[in-house]
Design a protein around this ligand. Structure first.
Ligand code: FE
Length: 196
């Protein structure tokens, strides 16, 4: 199958998920027109880990999960925080863009990513000016937000992060796969912050 066909199948599965889960379009609508942009795939070990992951089963997002994994070899896996020693969690944290910079589809209105966390991974406190919505596709994780109680989220549940609200995530014995949407202030990358 051509690379372009793989991206189009992924986008079709995204559109279906947006139709089925109102929290997604309520956060930011999916543009009707999403032009293709050039993408040079970049591999990271988390791509292989996702493709061999056995702990993710999704009932409501089965097609989307399948297309996310099928797309993994053709995506630009992101090194979000730079490659220094205190960022060892980035060796295992999986992220690629679908819409926006670094992804196969262009938009100035929103960005859309996937985040894959294998079991027993702590994604430390971080902030970014973009508002953010997580929609869990499969597995589960504990979501931490400054000023709020921790919440354990599973498939079909979503979490909103306000602009510059510190947040963190942690998996235990199961992995987690999520869609992550951004709106507003799309061009400022996340930074880690000291909270605990
Ligand atoms: Fe975030």
């Amino acid at each position: 199958m051509s690379q372009d066909k793989i991206y189009q199948r992924l986008l079709s599965a995204i559109r279906a998920a947006y139709s089925a889960h109102p929290a997604l379009p309520a956060f930011t609508p999916l543009p009707d027109n999403l032009p293709r942009q050039p993408l040079d795939p970049e591999h990271r070990p988390c791509s292989t880990e996702l493709q061999t992951e056995t702990g993710l089963q999704s009932s409501g997002f089965a097609e989307l999960q399948e297309q996310i994994i099928a797309s993994a070899p053709f995506m630009k896996w992101r090194q979000i925080y730079g490659n220094d020693q205190q960022n060892k969690f980035m060796d295992r944290l999986g992220c690629y863009a679908i819409i926006g910079e670094g992804g196969p589809f262009a938009s100035d209105e929103m960005r859309l990513f996937i985040i894959y966390m294998p079991p027993n991974l702590y994604y430390p406190w971080h902030i970014h000016p973009a508002e953010e919505l997580y929609m869990v596709i499969s597995g589960h994780a504990v979501f931490k937000r400054e000023g709020c109680p921790d919440e354990s989220l599973t498939e079909g549940q979503s979490m909103f992060h306000e602009s510059n609200q510190p947040h963190a995530m942690e998996t235990s014995d199961t992995p987690m796969l999520s869609l992550v949407a951004w709106r507003n202030h799309l061009n400022t990358p996340p930074v880690l912050v000291d909270i605990d």
